[in-house]
Ligand binder design. Sequence first.
Ligand code: COA
Length: 259
Amino acid sequence: MQSACAEIQAQVNERILEITINRPERKNALTMAMYTAMAELLNSAVNNSEIRVVILTGAEGIFTSGNDLTDFLGGSAEGEESPVFQFMSALYNFPKPVVAAVNGPAVGIGTTMLLHCDLSFAGHDALFQMPFVNLGLCPEYGSSYLLPRIAGHAKASELLLLGKKFSAQEAVEIGICNAAVEPEQAIVRAREVAAELAAKAPAAVRLSKQLLRRATQEKGLEIIQEEGRHFQDRLTSEEFKEAATAFMEKRPADFSKFD
Ligand code: COA
């Protein structure tokens, strides 16, 4: 299986497709081309009987630092035709199990995509954050709907309104990850579990995944679309411009002048 983009690597082994985000010089920040490549890989795996399980991971001790902020500042859209939405939708609707190996920082969509994976293993040095409000943005990828259901309203508010960083252990306690392991073991555990899943009756696994997600599936998509519309508006806001420019200039954002 071939990835359309050098910064997304794809390897198929024993019926497992391993997708590796590989842009370490930018902490594996995701560009539009990378989203498109991941969406294409997932979509082409749907009806490929040689693939029963997908692993998502990152190269060089980073999962992903989320959306590339330079891309966003340059006006890349989050609308339904956009590569971001195409990726979100491909993962959201993917019928086979997805296992995440969180081998380092997982920021923004790096954390929210875990809500759509089936199992995930994080290294003790992984760091999670949904810094949307800190960036003048709003929750995305269904996190405003799914996180309160997984973590409870108080915890979801803490993580989404304060945009706090949290550890692998906390991610396990919240219910976002299955286990916190030694850093080099995240990918090892993910591969072990993927092999276990790949050996099971494939139709039974797919049906069970579908049943596990059925209660939130339809509403979740509606919320992802609604969040996406707000997110796109926020990308053109002065608050986002200030936050993204401050990040690039390595200074704290100053929101004091906004109403
Ligand atoms: N988009 C664009 N560039 C990014 C990026 C992103 N999401 N994340 C990191 N980078 C760049 C940095 O600007 C820096 O560039 P420079 O070498 O030209 O200065 C380089 O990658 C290294 O990042 P740095 O922050 O110095 O690494 P770190 O190890 O100290 O921290 C992170 C790593 C992942 C914790 C930190 O980069 C981070 O929090 N990034 C998240 C950005 C973000 O808010 N993402 C959510 C978008 S919705």
